[in-house]
Ligand binder design. Structure first.
Ligand code: FAD
Length: 360
């Protein structure tokens, strides 16, 4: 591409909770939109990954969506109507938020690859090329669904889908569905699907249900564990492996219906179902992989920030700074991979990076 790159000090990649929180804090530092910072977002509208969540995920069934800094959710959305879809309410809130603070979000712009060029980064997209002195990467995980490999997956004659592709339980009526995974999404979808058809639930590890409420102290302890991991350059690990699964009323009801009879992972997939190592088989029409997501960071590959184990050594006040290159912050990664974590981390990343670049 021979065209000159569009120059700016800081590019924020991604316009979800993490990207908007970062942009808000850059705005609060007095930086000029468009000249000092801008946000590039792949989606066609505001809302980050929330705009793609399945229709039955409502404000009453999400864990909790924390307010972004400076504007309450309730100022943009009528939160008394709890049956409102998260996929419409959160985009409505984010759109109002972007407008209120005049955040410079350019979309749809997909960042393809980021390379280091002398003292700057060259950010190639499906539209213009940008050149920046610093990066805040906030691309989340939704673009990178993870499905583990099992022998025979290609042979299966039924349907396989990931959490990301799930829309509604009704489409499985009359079919036998194997739900794979032990996280919050797996249990929500298992609950829904098991109300309309027969299911088998398999997980790698014995699920750790936690009785009693999830307190703020529990939250802080979970975050501290993940933060310690990323500071040591380890892969962050799944949220549930740290927090356990809260025993919500819907899950109590599912347990009473006999749905939570968890089986260990099968060892192979056959034409018509799955088989365990002892030869036991289960016929199935559908395998629903609720096996999570990975951080969407492939576009940063040329920057070589990963260690051999796949982890990234993080530093800075809230572990958002890439230790190998202090001009790069990751918000929404590791300890900040929650709406509340992304809020705080956006502030730390904005202040540290603006300070480092001499902008504030
Ligand atoms: P996203 O919302 O995914 O935003 C990333 C943005 O980056 C997207 O707009 C995307 O299009 C863009 N992007 C990605 N790649 C590129 C690229 N190459 N170029 C340009 N743009 C790009 N957390 C909670 O705190 N409470 C909950 O109740 C909760 N429920 C959840 C339910 C589900 C089903 C899932 C999957 C997650 C849930 N989470 C919840 C975790 C939640 O995803 C995070 O808390 C938070 O919303 C993630 O924000 P984010 O900004 O990091 O990512």
């Amino acid at each position: 591409d021979v065209r000159a790159a569009f120059k700016v000090d800081i590019v924020v990649i991604g316009g979800g909770q993490a990207g908007l929180s970062s942009a808000y804090h850059l705005h609060k530092l007095g930086l000029t939109p468009g000249r000092n910072y801008l946000v590039l977002d792949k989606n066609t509208g505001a809302g980050g990954a929330w705009q793609h969540r399945w229709p039955s995920l409502t404000l009453s069934t999400v864990n909790r969506i924390h307010d972004l800094p400076g504007m309450q959710f309730a100022d943009a959305v009528d939160t008394r109507a709890t049956e409102v879809r998260a996929s419409s309410a959160v985009p409505q809130y984010y759109a109002a938020y972007e407008q209120k603070f005049g955040l410079p979000v350019y979309r749809p712009v997909t960042v393809k690859v980021v390379c280091a060029r002398n003292e700057r980064f060259r950010i190639e997209t499906d539209r213009e090329t940008f050149s920046a002195r610093g990066l805040i990467n906030a691309t989340g995980t939704w673009e990178t669904p993870f499905v583990p490999e099992y022998p025979g997956a290609g042979r299966f004659e039924g349907r396989q889908l990931h959490t990301r592709d799930y829309r509604t339980a009704d489409e499985f009526t009359g079919k036998h569905v194997i739900v794979v995974g032990g996280g919050v999404s797996a249990l929500q979808l298992l609950d829904e699907v098991s109300k309309v058809t027969s299911t088998t639930w398999v997980t790698r590890r014995e699920p750790q249900f936690r009785e009693g409420p999830f307190t703020p102290e529990d939250g802080r302890a979970a975050v501290a564990l993940v933060e310690d991991r990323v500071r040591r350059g380890l892969i962050p690990g799944s949220v549930v492996s740290v927090t356990g699964i809260p025993m919500a009323p819907a899950l109590e009801a599912a347990r009473a219906r006999g749905v939570l009879n968890r089986l260990p992972m099968f060892s192979e997939i056959t034409e018509h179902g799955v088989r365990w190592a002892d030869g036991t088989e289960q016929k199935a029409d559908v395998i629903l992989w609720c096996t999570g997501f990975r951080s969407s960071l492939d576009h940063l590959a040329p920057l070589q920030i990963r260690e051999d184990n796949g982890g990234i050594v993080m530093s800075g006040k809230l572990a958002t700074q890439v230790a190998k290159d202090p001009r790069i912050h990751l918000v929404g990664y590791g300890p900040s991979a929650s709406t509340v974590g992304a809020n705080r981390a956006g502030g730390a990343a904005a202040r540290e990076l603006a300070g480092y670049l001499g902008l504030a």
